[in-house]
Ligand binder design. Sequence first.
Ligand SMILES: CCCCC/C=C\C/C=C\C/C=C\C/C=C\CCCC(=O)SCCNC(=O)CCNC(=O)[C@H](O)C(C)(C)COP(=O)(O)OP(=O)(O)OC[C@H]1O[C@@H](n2cnc3c(N)ncnc32)[C@H](O)[C@@H]1OP(=O)(O)O
Length: 342
Amino acid sequence: MASSTQPADVIALSKLTCLLLPKEHTNLLESKSIWSADETHEKFSLAERILHLDPVEVNIFQGITLPDAPKFGKVFGGQFIGQALAAASKTVDCLKIVHSLHAYFLLIGDFNMPITYQVHRVRDGKSFATRRVEAIQNGNVVFTLLASFQKEEGGFNHQVAEMPSVPNPEELLSMEELRERRIIDPRLPRTYRNKVASREYVPWPIEIRFCEHNTSTNQTKSPPSLRYWFRAKGKLSDDQALHRCVAAYTSDLIFLQVSLNPHREKGLKSASVSLDHSMWFHRPFRADDWVLYVINSPSAHGARGFVSGQMFTRNGELIVSLTQEGLLRRARSPVSAAKPKL
Ligand SMILES: CCCCC/C=C\C/C=C\C/C=C\C/C=C\CCCC(=O)SCCNC(=O)CCNC(=O)[C@H](O)C(C)(C)COP(=O)(O)OP(=O)(O)OC[C@H]1O[C@@H](n2cnc3c(N)ncnc32)[C@H](O)[C@@H]1OP(=O)(O)O
């Protein structure tokens, strides 16, 4: 220290001790990460509570499907991605943050049963770390994820992708308002309106605002594209790892459905499930601030639909790129696709 001076914050001082914290480690002074929190609290947003995991032993965590979490007759795919990414993140040096993930959905998950997440520490490098996670129910691997983490690093910077011009979220209707309007909209078929009114409505932990005001229903054909704003309801803890898990959770809520848009018709009952899911996180963001999700489906063929997406902050920064392939079939009656097959 006598020969060189370094920028540092003084965090403790006594007659004998002066503890210096170099600038690159000042994140250690940030608010407590949820990854070290031992219990869920009521004040946490529902999204954060859904992603909460209990540590079982080294590299093993347990998640459950909360009664008020979206289910769709099975464990929601986004819940697997978000919880598995949370499990992986808990085993990585907190200075390293996820930059990409690749996942496969192997079996329908049973929401009445806890999910065990087994993390394999594939590699810990100086800048990068890699993790493989298996989600297990009844002794079967139902879902698997590979994720890569990186220490923050400066470098070349460009962004060609432009955020489309869309209305601000404040000018758009919430899902709840949209539902109310649809129930009374005389332009929509009565059968559809009755179905919307009678279907049990469980609010999602994520607020969604569709950018295009349209009157299309699940019975009307529309182009294979969609744009909507989303944000977690309530405030999330200040942990970038959590914000990425919440974006991962949300990304599967309305994604694959876009590849069905051109094929919708009266009476269509589909059996569609996500098969795989990939994400690249380009820049930091908050998932409790509005994020624009731009979705396109370039192809559907051979009972598989392909969708790609981009997420932007309100300022137009490209924060996430993602892709998914899913099974797209007409439902066989009686519909049995949602039956857990463990
Ligand atoms: C109201 C106003 C507001 C406006 C709202 C507007 C928009 C909102 C839009 C939508 C929002 C609503 C809901 C959508 C939200 C979220 C969607 C969530 C998506 C998910 O969260 S998705 C969950 C994750 N992803 C998985 O969980 C896949 C796990 N992975 C597997 O499940 C296997 O890996 C598989 C199947 C892929 C390959 O497995 P395999 O090789 O063994 O495949 P196989 O073809 O043999 O089928 C095996 C068995 O699947 C069943 N089955 C097959 N085809 C069927 C058919 N056509 N009809 C009925 N059942 C069928 C039978 O049970 C059959 O079994 P069997 O033949 O014995 O009967």
